[in-house]
Write a protein that binds this ligand. Structure first.
Ligand code: MN
Length: 363
């Protein structure tokens, strides 16, 4: 049995609050991709376009698809990272990326960030990707429910994106597909506005994917349209119609389980990844910001990030430099002003601590 794309829909809508659209997509069967860019002064648009452009050229089919998709995603990461590093107009840009490739009997997925891939089979909707976001992380640790996550003020903060780091970890999976399966790739502008029950309902109730896609965008806008909304849909059919009728579709969860694996590359950097926060539209704010505090041993320390913790174990900062100066040894007035957690530039924070170490700080 060989599958092919029978029907497809792809559209990106600016939504009701954003001025520009920093999402990007490609829908060129058998390959589909959605990217949601972030970064000031339209840099997000550049990042998301670079991400999807990596999949415009043809892809080899068969074994090794996951590795091939992950390799393309990593190449895109390097291009985005280098442009962000070398060109001030693009500093701090990043993007999510979700890709799906139809490969005979499987749909192969590569994924970074909080855009999502779903499959609708026999009326049931299943999410195939994990969100690389703070709230996603907290849900997986059992510290937040899905419902709480949907309302969380930090729900748009993502923990993995193409661009911010020179090396990126790409999730991949091979999903054994069936004729009739409908796949949805979308940016968080859809899923933050329309719940999964409503997504499933629209997909079940509509006769064509164009109608479904347009209704999903309408519902996201009706709910506020706070972000760019990108919807890519495709439905699979068998290439050659067999003489025997197709077997009934099994309920969701039955049948072979998708192989899920992570492609390994470079150092695994969980802590650094969390610290390398990308707030939607605010990457620069969380990344290029430093503050001075004291560490567990009471030493004056320069931190990169924001002086907050989410839950008990997710820090929005990382230690960058530990001075040899015990905070307790400082006069109270100076200590208070020094350790005020005020957000500073890196140079400002470093200079402050250097002066302190030289004993030259004004009392
Ligand atoms: Mn978005």
């Amino acid at each position: 049995m060989v599958l092919r794309v029978a029907e497809q829909f792809a559209e990106s809508d600016t939504g009701r609050e954003r001025v520009g659209n920093e999402d990007a997509l490609i829908a060129r069967a058998p390959i589909f991709a959605v990217a949601d860019g972030m970064g000031g002064a339209r840099a997000g648009e550049v990042a998301s376009r670079l991400a999807v452009a990596a999949f415009e050229a043809g892809l080899p089919a068969g074994e090794g698809c996951e590795q091939e998709l992950a390799a393309r995603a990593r190449e895109a990461n390097v291009r985005i990272h280098e442009l962000a590093r070398d060109d001030a107009r693009h500093a701090g840009m990043g993007t999510t990326l979700s890709v799906a490739l139809v490969d005979e009997r499987d749909v192969v997925i590569a994924h970074v960030g909080d855009s999502r891939v779903y499959v609708l089979r026999a009326g049931g909707l299943a999410r195939l990707t994990e969100d690389h976001s703070l709230v996603g992380e907290l849900v997986r640790r059992g510290q937040l429910t899905e419902r709480e996550a949907a309302e969380h003020p930090q729900r748009s903060v993502i923990t993995r994106a193409l661009g911010p780091e020179p090396v990126i970890e790409v999730d991949t999976l091979t999903y054994p597909a069936r004729p009739g399966d409908v796949f949805l790739l979308c940016s968080d502008g859809l899923t933050s506005m329309v719940g999964e029950d409503a997504l499933a309902r629209v997909l079940r109730e509509t006769a064509t994917l164009s109608e479904a896609g347009r209704r999903l965008i309408e519902e996201a806008n009706a709910a506020g349209g706070r972000d760019n909304i990108t919807v890519v849909l495709f439905r699979l059919e068998e290439v050659a119609t067999p003489a025997a009728p197709a077997p009934p579709a099994p309920p969701m969860g039955a049948g072979p389980h998708p192989r899920r694996r992570r492609s390994l590359l470079g150092p695994s950097i969980a802590a650094a990844t969390l610290a390398a926060l990308v707030a939607a539209g605010g990457w620069i704010a969380s990344r290029a910001v430093y503050f001075v505090g004291s560490n567990d041993e009471g030493l004056v320390t320069v931190y990169r990030g924001l002086p907050y913790e989410l839950g008990s174990s997710i820090l929005l900062y990382e230690s960058r430099y530990i001075s040899g100066v015990p905070a307790a040894g400082l006069p109270p007035g100076r200590r208070q002003r020094l350790l005020d957690h005020r957000l500073r530039s890196r140079d400002d924070a470093a200079e402050l601590v250097r002066e302190l170490e030289r004993g030259r700080l004004e009392p």
